[in-house]
Design a protein around this ligand. Structure first.
Ligand code: ZN
Length: 306
């Protein structure tokens, strides 16, 4: 790549898209955000995605840069090999051939990826998992999803659905998950689940961040809810470690903003659960909410090496 070469990167979420022009060495030269307005329906969202990507390519050329590839990441089930957004509830996509549509509009090599896998890819190559060959990135927010990155490549699974660690059943008979089963990890330990659990017991609404704060301040109910969530998370991560045997687990998403209040008890609980397994290093993500967009850029760059 020449120093004027850039890739166009888009991380499309249910509410907003994070977009950037990124150089081959991972440096972001320009970033912008746009609303997704998923309620307008999939056709309108696709139109916005293509329009924003085209606008970024035009901006690059106006700045004397040369856009050479496009990377788009979306949530849900993504068939990366065929470039199809198979199913994405948040964005309203169902079997959208987004890669070919973007390629047709911009005339540039295009990669389509999954948002959490792309975030994990970025953390593994550029962020908190940089020095490890085997990384598990776990994003904990409204739900819980993971990306297993080996040697700088995120494993997609046979059907584009690898990494659904949030649906490991950790509490049989526990709270019902959005997927329909009771006791999935994300029904107990996601930020949304922690807020729900505390609110139901305390009779007042609270977010997971508030529960963490109250637990730290010595409130018994908040401390119980927080501990239960941490214990369940440790069970899920122990299962993950049995399956993946990684060097580093990178925790991302909103819940990790609790910092040591999450990481310290979680490290201890995970340590207790290790028998013959090698204990992974447990660290907070380094790239924040830019990770997905940087991952989209990496996927775009990877298309040029093939
Ligand atoms: Zn589930």
């Amino acid at each position: 790549m020449s120093s004027a070469d850039v890739v166009v990167a888009l991380d499309v979420g249910g509410t907003g898209m994070k977009c950037a022009l990124v150089r081959g060495d991972g440096v972001v030269l320009h970033a912008e955000r746009h609303p997704t307005d998923a309620g307008r329906g999939p056709d309108a969202v696709v139109d916005t995605v293509l329009g924003v990507a085209e606008g970024l390519a035009g901006r690059a050329r106006a700045d004397g840069l040369d856009p050479v590839a496009v990377g788009v990441v979306v949530p849900g089930v993504i068939d990366e090999a065929r470039g199809i957004a198979v199913w994405s509830a948040n964005v309203g996509f169902r079997d959208v051939p987004l890669r070919d549509l973007a390629h047709g509009r911009l005339g540039l090599p295009t990669a389509l990826g999954h948002d959490v896998r792309a975030g994990g890819l970025a953390e593994a190559r550029l962020g908190a998992g940089r020095d490890a060959g085997h990384v598990l990135f776990v994003a904990i927010g409204t739900g819980i999803a993971a990306a297993h990155v080996v040697g700088g490549t995120a494993v997609t699974g046979a059907h584009g659905a690898a990494g659904e660690i949030g649906h490991i059943q950790v509490r049989p008979g526990g709270p019902r998950c959005g997927c329909g089963r009771p006791g999935c990890l994300e029904a107990v330990s996601s930020a949304a689940a922690i807020g729900r659990r505390y609110s139901a017991l305390a009779g007042v609404p609270a977010t997971a961040a508030e529960v963490a704060g109250r637990a730290g301040g010595g409130e018994a109910l908040a401390a119980d809810v927080w501990r239960e969530a941490v214990e369940a998370l440790a069970d899920g991560l122990a299962t993950g470690q049995a399956l993946y045997d990684v060097e580093t687990v990178v925790l991302g998403g909103g819940l990790v903003r609790a910092g040591a209040r999450l990481l310290d008890p979680l490290r201890a609980a995970l340590h207790e659960r290790m028998t013959f397994h090698r204990e992974p290093r447990l660290v907070a993500a380094a790239l924040g909410d830019e990770a997905g967009c940087l991952g989209a850029a990496l996927l775009a760059l990877d298309t040029l090496e093939k």
